[in-house]
Design a protein around this ligand. Structure first.
Ligand code: BES
Ligand code: MN
Ligand code: ZN
Length: 496
């Protein structure tokens, strides 16, 4: 789907469909009034007849209105004008695309009218692309018959009354983010028998071919040479070989790869729990346990597409967590790359076991900041549900940057504590630390505290996206989060 702008009026611009908004109680927006004027009240009569009351979610399609260049006029209910916020905006765009999509290949809309207070034209354009791309995303590559109801829309034109650099910039950013989100969703949705650690590595290699991102893939022997005993202990229960994916986007100029922002993504392609096996219900959803990794790949793609002027390092430890005769057993003690020993009291707390070694590894790049992204704990779902991602960082400045990025991206995050008091839970009688704390006791904070032990000399933040990276139930599927948050963080860092 392409997005462009045009300085034109809604009644004279020719497309398959022109969408105009109607607020609650039939209050017409300016472009709706224009079309109403030249059609001698066609829109008013839709309101008076009760066909369109302006309620959120309502749409009415009118055809062949005299004097209107487009074949169709789509009335879109926007709800109460004073309650029109970010969610109503996204919903209105989604409904517009859904209603126009089956019959039209081109859509025009007066972009400036659906105004969310406090948001500029850049935000509106970017949010419009995100919402439109969200409803056109399909996950049918493994279906023999493709999903119907797919939109036919090929082009969306924002009608403006004057040139606006903010809108253009928002469209460009929105496109790049939506492409990154779609990549993350696609990888997340693929089943674990397709999306293996090596498959993720091949996807990184594809980013190298398509976007010139430097990619190195380390196999088991090379991971052994790095002494990543913690990561390898998780991997060894599976017949799928582990991979350590190292990707470098060098946007800060030629020469040495210096001061990168490092993104570390949890790449458990399937989490059965291992010997501490999970219950059977919904276990299929543990194919999504590589969504952190997928968000790193999606963000790398977005950064490259936007040609961001910064260096970006993506590191992904990828493996399966399965039970077998070679798997970690509760009580096993492993030695991490940092030299610290870990008592594996629960093999299902495997995310931290692979991330700790990846975090130790990124230290050698002297990153300006490191952010890890992981579907790390069920406990974060208890805290924040599926609405908001958990943000953990001992670094106030970095936390503030990430919260600002979350706000700009409308990809929400909430800062959680990582106070040292929680570290006590990780005491072990036999090793430097245990990999779990006390059941039912601040599990996502304790997990963050575990990671904090491996990031002492770096500016570090951790995003727990177990609740936000995918949905369960009938809307089951990856969301692509937190690619928007991360891309906005990078945009700000790159001074864009
Ligand atoms: N991948 C899971 C966390 C998870 C749970 C992600 C639900 C998405 C949805 C993680 O590896 C895990 O199993 N965590 C355990 C940790 C516990 C054993 C300390 C958990 O949250 O139960
Ligand atoms: Mn687990
Ligand atoms: Zn897991």
């Amino acid at each position: 789907m392409e997005f462009n702008t045009k300085i034109a009026l809604p009644e004279t611009f020719k497309s398959d469909c022109v969408a105009v908004g109607v607020f609650a109680d039939g209050v017409l927006t300016a472009s709706a009034r224009r079309i109403d004027g030249i059609t001698r009240g066609a829109l008013r009569s839709a309101v008076v007849s009760g066909d369109m009351n302006g309620a959120r979610g309502a749409t009415v399609l009118l055809r062949s209105l005299p004097g209107v260049a487009s074949a169709r006029v789509l009335l879109v209910g926007l709800g109460k004008a004073d309650a029109f916020g970010e969610r109503s905006f996204a919903e209105a765009v989604r409904n517009t695309v859904k209603a126009a999509g089956p019959g039209s290949t081109s859509l025009a809309l007066a972009a400036a009218e659906w105004q969310v207070r406090g948001r500029d034209s850049r935000w509106h354009a970017s949010a419009l692309v995100s919402a439109a791309r969200e409803v056109s995303f399909r996950s049918d590559e493994l279906k023999s018959k493709k999903d119907d109801g797919a939109t036919r829309l090929e082009r969306v034109t924002l009608l403006l009354d004057k040139r606006d650099p903010g809108t253009e910039r928002g469209l460009t950013e929105g496109r790049a983010i939506a492409n990154g989100v779609d990549l993350a969703k696609r990888l997340g949705n693929l089943p674990a028998n397709v999306c293996t650690p090596d498959y993720l590595a091949q996807q990184a290699r594809k980013l190298q071919r398509d976007w010139g991102i430097g990619v190195q893939v380390l196999d088991r022997r090379q991971i052994e040479a790095l002494k990543m005993g913690s990561f390898l202990s998780v991997a060894k229960g599976s017949d799928q070989p582990p991979r350590l994916i190292v990707a470098k986007y060098q946007g800060a100029g030629r020469g040495r790869f210096v001061n990168p922002i490092a993104l570390v993504g949890k790449g458990i392609t399937f989490d059965s729990g291992g010997i501490s096996i999970k219950p059977a219900g919904e276990m299929d959803e543990m194919k999504f346990d590589m969504c952190g990794a997928a968000s790193v790949l999606g963000t790398l793609r977005a950064a490259a597409e936007l040609k961001l002027k910064l260096n970006l390092l993506g590191v992904i430890p990828a493996c399966e967590n399965l039970p077998s005769g070679r798997a970690n057993k509760p009580g096993d003690i492993v030695t991490s790359m940092s030299g610290q020993t870990i008592e594996v009291l629960n093999t299902d707390a495997e995310g931290r076991l692979i991330l700790c070694d990846a975090l130790t590894y990124v230290q050698r790049f002297k990153p300006a900041a490191v952010v890890d992204i992981a579907t790390l704990t069920g406990a974060i779902i208890v805290s924040l549900g599926s609405v908001i991602s958990g943000l953990f960082s001992p670094d106030d400045e970095l936390a503030a940057e990430l919260l600002a990025a979350a706000n700009n991206a409308s990809d929400r995050a909430w800062r959680m504590p990582v106070d040292d008091e929680y570290q006590d839970q990780l005491k072990s009688n036999f090793a430097d630390m245990a990999n779990i704390g006390v059941r039912g006791n601040a599990g996502s904070i304790v997990a963050a505290c575990f990671l904090a032990r491996f990031t002492k000399d770096m500016r570090w933040a951790h995003l727990d996206v177990a609740g936000t990276a995918f949905r369960g139930g009938s809307a089951k599927g990856a969301t692509g989060r937190p690619v928007p948050l991360l891309t906005h963080f990078l945009l700000a860092r790159a001074g864009a």
